[in-house]
Write a protein that binds this ligand. Structure first.
Ligand code: CP
Ligand code: NVA
Length: 304
């Protein structure tokens, strides 16, 4: 592994290895406190963030490294090309963590810097989130190949990463979207192929009728950052897809998951997200541990 640009770039063995490493680091953080000593990592964010920014900064600190945050809303593209940003950052930093609008920006940063680049969310996917989500499910349910997860909502970046991660782990993933909000067809087809090779499945649905019972239900905001959509139309189209207690019961779901930030009363009711079945804070906590596994693997060059 040189970069983490997409979730689909990781094969089944790499995903399993990163999850094991994350659990190892989580269990004994003190053993890993010098792995990034003397290393500097640039956090370059074109969009707002709470969890990703704060968990990377804290996680890098725990590994003995240093990070700087660069507010990049008007930095790449308008002020100078992403390739110049990457080439310059590589002069002083050992890796780049970047939250961008376009996946192509990550490719430019990686090509120009030659340093490891980690996707902190793009229009295509959110691999750090998906790794933390799988870590959370593994902790709660054990063998991921026996887990059935239902994702309900927008077929966007979080869904794309989850499809690739679930496929690599041989999970059963049911994706349910309103018509017109499906995940990218090429990413779905690829995930279906990978899932089949790993004994799992990824299926697309537009209603709840044919769904299998699920261990967990996952949803994401109906309004992703940077999307130009008509608010009233989105509210209308997504209304039947709200995750509420009735749906949790209908699918026999033990757990509820959400990457956050969440909008109570839209994609999920307060009763569900703030109730005992919610794993959202476990997911958020695991962002740090999953990302530290990625950092150790990419920057410290350790294969534990
Ligand atoms: N889940 C997630 O990536 O949260 P932030 O947007 O706050 O980083
Ligand atoms: N789909 C959301 C995820 C936020 C973590 C977005 O892109 O805004």
């Amino acid at each position: 592994m040189h970069d983490l640009l997409t979730m689909r770039s990781l094969d089944s063995a790499q995903v399993a290895h990163l999850l094991d490493l994350a659990q190892t680091i989580k269990q004994r953080p003190s053993a890993w406190q010098h792995y990034l000593q003397g290393k500097s990592i640039a956090l370059v964010f074109e969009k707002p963030s709470l969890r990703t920014r704060a968990s990377f900064a804290a996680g890098i600190n725990r590994l003995g490294g240093h990070s700087i945050y660069l507010e990049a809303a008007n930095l790449m593209g308008e002020r100078e090309p992403a390739s110049d940003v990457g080439a310059n950052l590589a002069l002083w930093h050992d890796a780049i963590v970047a939250r961008v609008y376009s996946q192509a920006t990550l490719d430019e940063l990686a090509a120009a810097s030659g340093k490891p680049v980690i996707n902190a969310l793009s229009d295509e996917c959110h691999p750090c989130q998906a790794l933390a989500d799988l870590l959370t499910l593994k902790e709660q349910l054990g063998d991921l190949s026996k887990v059935t997860l239902t994702y309900i909502g927008d077929g966007a970046n979080v869904c794309h990463a989850l499809m690739a991660a679930a496929a690599a782990a041989g999970m059963t993933l049911q994706v349910v979207t309103p018509e017109g909000y499906e995940p990218r067809a090429d990413l779905l087809a690829q995930a279906q192929q990978v899932a089949a090779a790993n004994g799992g499945s990824v299926t697309l649905h537009h209603d709840f009728k044919q769904l299998q019972q699920s261990d967990a239900i996952y949803t994401d905001t109906w309004f992703s950052m940077g999307q130009q959509r008509d608010t009233n139309q989105v509210m209308h189209d997504f209304a039947p897809f709200q995750v509420n207690q009735d749906l949790m019961q209908q699918l026999g779901a033990k757990y509820f998951m959400h990457c956050l930030p969440a909008y109570r009363g839209r994609e999920v009711t307060a009763e569900v997200i703030d109730g005992p079945q919610s794993l959202v804070l476990h997911q958020a906590e695991n962002r740090l541990h999953a990302q530290n596994a990625v950092l150790v693997e990419l920057i410290a060059g350790v294969t534990a």
